[in-house]
Design a protein around this ligand. Structure first.
Ligand code: UDP
Length: 254
């Protein structure tokens, strides 16, 4: 059915060869995984929602001058992106203690942090993504000191933008994970935001109720994941075209 060349298949996405050199197609699957893929389920509609939410966020980031790999959305599940060399780091930005930080430090989940924290994890399924420091990153050559500076500056700009974006629609951005890549253009190389930003990679809590609107619903067996992601999309003003048109009621035919 699909004759495009598959470049890479991850847990929630597939990358295909793009229509022109230097481009790829990023396809969002319905697969949900957690705990290094020990927990796995298909959640009907998740890929479509993540594609749309990710498009919205990356388009806005491009517009405010944060370079990303995103070019344009192609269809319900796919987007055209620039091919980059992925830097093997998961960069986590935190505003509120939750998840592994709450556990490791023994802080109560939901405690606001006095300032945002950036953490680095080495991308390795075999090693279960160990946390690493800048010393490890430069020592093992995963990124240069200049690239780490660029990554940290971009991560903080992305955090400020996303915090405001979500606050405006009544959502608290607790933390999120991003990945960066090297974009080669002629003789230049620059660091750009790659991968995805979606409720799969963020913790999003309703400001009023603290309800979770993110993948923790799956990790913690809470159910209602598609409903939560749909709510995020609805609040951001996307996907409204998918809602059924308001009924006009019966019309009297004379
Ligand atoms: N995260 C992610 N992929 C990972 C690990 C973490 O997208 O492989 C995101 C996660 O959704 C959360 C943030 O990064 O928004 C921080 O996650 P944490 O370190 O607390 O790990 P977790 O508790 O999710 O294992």
């Amino acid at each position: 059915m699909n004759r495009r060349r598959r470049i890479y298949e991850g847990k929630a996405k597939v990358l295909y060869e793009g229509p022109e050199p230097g481009t790829l197609i990023q396809h969002f699957k319905d697969d949900a995984t957690a705990f290094n893929a020990k927990k796995h389920e298909l959640i009907d509609g998740k890929g479509v929602l993540n594609n749309r939410i990710c498009e919205f966020v990356y388009q806005n980031l491009n517009q405010i001058g944060v370079p990303t790999h995103f070019i344009r959305r192609l269809n319900m599940r796919e987007q055209l992106i620039r091919e980059v060399e992925i830097i093997p780091l998961e960069v986590v930005v935190r505003n509120v203690a939750a998840g592994s930080l709450a556990k490791r430090i023994g802080v109560e989940e939901g405690t606001a942090l006095p300032r945002s924290i950036i953490e680095f994890y080495y991308k390795s399924d075999a090693l279960e993504d160990p946390m690493v420091s800048e010393e490890h990153i430069t020592c093992f050559g995963w990124a240069s000191p200049q690239e780490i500076d660029d990554i940290m500056a971009l991560a903080l700009r992305i955090n400020d933008f996303l915090t405001g974006l979500f606050l405006g629609v009544g959502i608290r951005l607790v933390d999120f994970k991003i990945e960066f890549g090297r974009l080669y253009e002629n003789d230049l190389v620059r660091v750009v935001l790659a991968d995805e930003i979606s409720p799969d990679s963020c913790r999003l809590w309703d400001i009023q109720s603290n309800d979770k609107l993110d993948k923790d619903r799956f990790r913690r067996d809470m159910g209602g994941l598609v409903e939560a992601y749909t709510e995020v999309a609805r609040r951001l003003g996307i996907m409204n075209e998918l809602e059924p048109p308001p009924g006009r009621g019966p019309v009297l035919v004379k």
